[in-house]
Design a protein around this ligand. Structure first.
Ligand SMILES: [Zn+2]
Length: 228
């Protein structure tokens, strides 16, 4: 009985309409919207940030991809993390970063109060889908967010750094036993890199190696960033 009702729920979930255009969709998105999102994908996913981290981005933060990330975060569509995270994972499999040891994936954490309000941390859901696709190990509490910060998009560069200072702390499991593998941070978008820089600094302060950050999309212009 329980199994049947769960099945009923999953059918309901799978046959809902596409959250971007409201047409009926066989999966999380309709084929037309998914095609538009794929047009934002980058041919060369890896570059280096000013802080000497590898930045691995699936796409540009524009058009269909920008719309999909907004629908995921601000319009309560956590199911969109699955196709987006898997696309990032598929890209990683096609263009792997050469490392001596395969990395451990750590999503950028969200403050508890904010996560309670939103119901989920999109970076964590994306990391789960990414790891499901790549087989890389996931550690969702490698970092924790100590401070509830104001949204980054409202701030200048210097204010962004001040806003995030001390925002991250090492999670208890990493404190007890620091990982031997390098950490690959994972977030939804990369804007100015302030979040990643401060998260990486916290890990490195504890002598944990950070190889880079994987994101669904990188912004083309700083002003287009929303809060990362
Ligand atoms: Zn659609």
């Amino acid at each position: 009985m329980l199994i049947r009702s769960l099945k009923g729920l999953s059918d309901l979930f799978l046959h809902q309409n596409c959250p971007l255009c409201d047409r009926s969709a066989p999966t999380e998105l309709c084929t037309s919207c998914w095609r538009q999102i794929q047009q934002c994908a980058q041919a060369q996913p890896a570059s280096t940030t000013p802080d000497a981290l590898v930045l691995f981005a699936w796409g540009d933060y524009r058009d269909g991809l920008k719309q999909a990330i907004a629908a995921l975060k601000y319009d309560n569509n956590p199911q969109l993390a699955m196709p987006l995270g898997k696309a990032l994972g598929h890209h990683w499999q096609q263009f792997p970063i050469q490392l001596q040891r395969s990395p451990l994936v750590v999503p950028i954490p969200m403050h508890r109060a904010k996560q309670r309000k939103r119901g989920f941390n999109q970076a964590e859901l994306l990391a789960r889908a990414f790891c499901e696709q790549t087989g890389l190990p996931l550690h969702t509490t490698g970092l924790i967010r100590r401070v509830a910060t104001v949204p980054q998009f409202s701030l200048g560069l210097q204010e962004r750094q001040q806003n995030l200072a001390g925002a991250f702390a090492l999670g208890p499991a990493f404190l007890r036993r620091p990982p031997q593998r390098p950490v690959l941070l994972l977030d939804d978008i990369y804007t100015t890199g302030t979040t990643v820089k401060i998260a990486a600094a916290e890990l490195r302060r504890h002598r944990i190696s950070v190889c880079g950050v994987a994101v669904i999309a990188r912004t083309l212009f700083e002003t287009e960033g929303k809060d990362r």
